[in-house]
Design a binder for this molecule. Structure first.
Ligand SMILES: Cc1ncc(COP(=O)(O)O)c(C=O)c1O
Length: 444
């Protein structure tokens, strides 16, 4: 693909896209939520070409997955080499070198000094499921504490933690007993209703939790506290700097495990390998998926070796850690360490500098926030009321698509920017110029 910037040649969706949409609407599960009718055919680096030859600049990365860009040649080579040698064997019943090598690499780069072990699944939700089972098994306790607005996946265990949107739970209950949700310390939308200046939600969240422990949740029954270090689907919300140290202290005091879900925020997305590195706190169990293998399905659960003490047969997966996924992951990590982790930090800083004065310039923009290339712009009806503005968000995302930039939303009215970590400065400029043009058009 020649293009480094968008080129739109047909009306959208184009004629070939229309045919796929008709087929999809007839046969594919209607549970998916597509914001706009992009029908992808090819991807290369930052660019995606649709079935009509239109080329888009991708600031969604397949929901934060293609960390090294679309079809990075080194990742493609690693996949092709592995596909010619061994596609599947099942790490559940046999050994192969890549599984052990990837486990060693992940154990080395995982946060915290203690030795680690790694469990392999196929997705973020499976990584969370394994983390929950391991926490119960290790502690012999049954309760979990999670945060409102968090997203941890959609299988029954993970869904019991997820508290992002009611539609994700509606009709599926009863879910796992023993899961309690507490507010997340959101600085822009203080869960305790204080706005502007006097808000320090981390203190109130900690107090709230301590109070639960004194009243309705015996801490001796709690296996784990689960958090996304940066809330993803919930709105790209970054908690106060000292929050996780406080949570770590409470967890330790009560023998409760701390699980960080870095399915979305891990693998360099925030400019460091792990989002929790920004807070200087290591969890007992860490999950990651999305960006780990540049688009090949893989989810991992990394735990302190003394915690991952379950016996043979306790948990496993036929496909988890499939050789092709392991090859793609090892190559992805190599590329991240070589250059893209640094690029994520640099480009994120550059973009955040450009975004910093948007709330001053644009009445529709309530807040901008970000770490590395995990950035959110929250749209409001008025800056004074801070009422969420999902209609403006929708119009902005639709218009950006028409102009060739692929964006996604999160939270109630936030646009998230999560390009592949290979993004270059002129592409950041193009995406932000386009986004700003959409905001100005809608403000008129
Ligand atoms: C933080 C987090 N955890 C878990 C999941 C679930 O991952 P998957 O969709 O791969 O099952 C997601 C997916 O968006 C996520 O963002």
């Amino acid at each position: 693909m020649q293009n480094r910037l968008p080129q739109i040649k047909t009306s959208l969706p184009g004629p070939e896209a229309m045919k796929v949409l008709a087929l999809d609407h007839e046969f594919v599960s209607p549970s998916y939520t597509r914001d706009y009718p992009l029908v992808a055919k090819r991807g290369e680096g930052m660019m995606v070409e649709d079935v009509d030859g239109n080329v888009f600049l991708d600031f969604s990365a397949g929901i934060a997955v293609v960390s090294t860009g679309h079809c990075h040649p080194d990742v493609v080579r690693a996949i092709q080499r592995q596909a010619g040698e061994l596609i599947h064997m099942s790490g559940t019943d046999f050994y192969y070198p890549l599984l052990a090598q990837l486990a060693q690499k992940l154990a080395q780069i995982a946060p915290g000094k203690s030795p680690k072990r790694v469990y392999f699944g196929n997705s973020g939700t499976e990584a969370m499921e394994a983390a929950m089972k391991l926490a119960r098994f290790h502690t012999r306790r049954h309760r979990f504490i999670a945060f409102l607005h968090c997203f941890h996946g959609r299988t029954f265990g993970a869904l019991s933690l997820t508290a992002s949107r009611a539609v994700q739970r509606n009709g599926f209950g009863p879910l796992l007993p023993g899961v309690s949700h507490i507010p997340f310390p959101n600085l822009y939308r203080c869960p305790f209703g204080h706005h502007g200046g006097e808000c320090s939600p981390e203190n109130e969240v900690i107090e709230y939790l301590e109070n639960l422990f004194k009243t309705i949740i015996p801490p001796e029954e709690v296996a784990a506290i689960i958090a996304e270090p940066v809330q993803g689907e919930g709105g790209y919300v970054i908690p106060p700097k000292n929050f996780f140290a406080r949570l770590r202290e409470i967890a330790d005091r009560h023998g409760i495990l701390l699980i960080f879900d870095e399915v979305q925020s891990g693998m360099g997305r925030t400019g460091k390998m792990w989002a929790c590195d920004h807070f200087g706190v290591a969890p007992d169990i860490l999950t990651t998926a999305k960006g780990i293998a540049s688009g090949v399905p893989l989810g991992v659960t990394i735990a302190r070796a003394d915690i991952m003490n379950w016996p043979p047969g306790a948990h496993a997966s036929t496909f988890g850690g499939n050789p092709i996924a392991c090859a793609a992951a090892l190559e992805t990590i190599r590329l991240l360490e070589e250059k893209y982790l640094a690029n994520s930090a640099q480009m994120g800083e550059y973009a955040m500098k450009r975004l910093a004065d948007w709330p001053k310039k644009h009445p529709l923009v309530g807040d901008v926030r970000g770490l590395g290339l995990m950035m959110g712009i929250e749209f409001v009806k008025s800056q004074k009321s801070r009422d969420p503005n999902p209609e403006a968000r929708k119009r902005i995302i639709d218009r950006a698509y028409q102009l060739g930039v692929l964006l996604l939303g999160c939270g109630e009215s936030t646009v998230r920017l999560m390009p592949p970590l290979v993004v270059e400065r002129d592409q950041v400029d193009f995406a932000l110029d386009t986004l700003e043009r959409c905001v100005v058009e809608i403000e008129k």
